[in-house]
Write a protein that binds this ligand. Structure first.
Ligand SMILES: C[S@@+](CC[C@H](N)C(=O)[O-])C[C@H]1O[C@@H](n2cnc3c(N)ncnc32)[C@H](O)[C@@H]1O
Length: 226
């Protein structure tokens, strides 16, 4: 279902968060039975991080598998998610991590992180909010701090799709545009790949924060999309 524009006041990301809340237990069960992504990527992602390094799990869901994996290896994990139901599950599943209920677009976090994981959460935001969200992530990272993130892999202003009886909003840019946004935000892309190219695509990115974001332009990089 296409979503060309938003009526005033409507926030598809928060509608989606509410939907996650209604299916919290079923979502956790589905996640446990699923591919386990991105756990296979985590060993190389954390390689070289100091013991106990601070890692932010942004849009952490029920805390599994990412926060759990990181906590088991002694990292100091903060999980943030806007769904109170999922945060409650995360707290009981991963008691050694800290979890905060908050909207990633406005939550205030203290201190910096050596790494951020934002797995399958950014694509729930309207895409005009992606540039500033990436700037926020860059600001949370220490210089040289690393990001593992996934995005929608196609140029789509917004669509809704069903899952477990509820409806979820997604948006995305064509991959090269997302890579440009990351660069604009001060995040140097070290690796990217597209999976699931047969459907609407799924872009995985590993990036590292440069010393400072490159520009003060407020809205994101201008210009053409390829
Ligand atoms: C597909 S789930 C992924 C959860 C987790 N990262 C994982 O890998 O299982 C997307 C998550 O993003 C969260 N989310 C979506 N929009 C958000 C927002 N604006 N702020 C915080 N969390 C958000 C949802 O509540 C949900 O838990």
């Amino acid at each position: 279902m296409n979503v060309p524009s938003r009526p005033p006041g409507a926030d598809p990301a928060l509608e989606t968060v509410a939907a996650y809340g209604r299916i919290a237990l079923a979502w956790r069960a589905a996640r446990q039975e699923g591919t386990g992504e991105p756990v296979g990527r985590l060993p190389s992602f954390v390689e070289g991080l100091a013991p106990g390094a601070r890692v932010l799990d942004l849009g952490c869901g029920c805390g599994e598998p990412v926060a759990a994996w990181l906590s088991e290896r002694g990292f100091t994990v903060l999980g943030v998610d806007a769904s109170p139901a999922l945060i409650s599950l995360a707290r009981s599943t991963v008691p050694e991590a800290r979890f905060l209920t908050g909207d990633m677009r406005s939550v205030r976090l203290e201190g910096r992180f050596q790494a951020v994981v934002a797995w399958d959460s950014l694509f729930h935001l309207p895409r005009d909010q992606h540039p500033q969200m990436l700037r926020r992530i860059a600001a949370w990272l220490e210089p040289e701090g690393r990001l593992l993130a996934s995005f929608g892999g196609s140029d789509h202003p917004g669509f809704r799709a069903p899952m477990l009886g509820e409806t979820f909003f997604y948006s995305g840019f064509e991959p090269r545009h997302t890579l440009r946004l990351l660069d604009w935000a001060g995040l140097e892309v070290e690796h990217w790949e597209i999976s699931d190219a047969s459907s609407l695509g799924h872009l995985t990115v590993l990036a590292r924060r440069r010393d400072e974001p490159t520009t003060d332009r407020p809205g994101g990089p201008e210009g053409e999309r390829e």
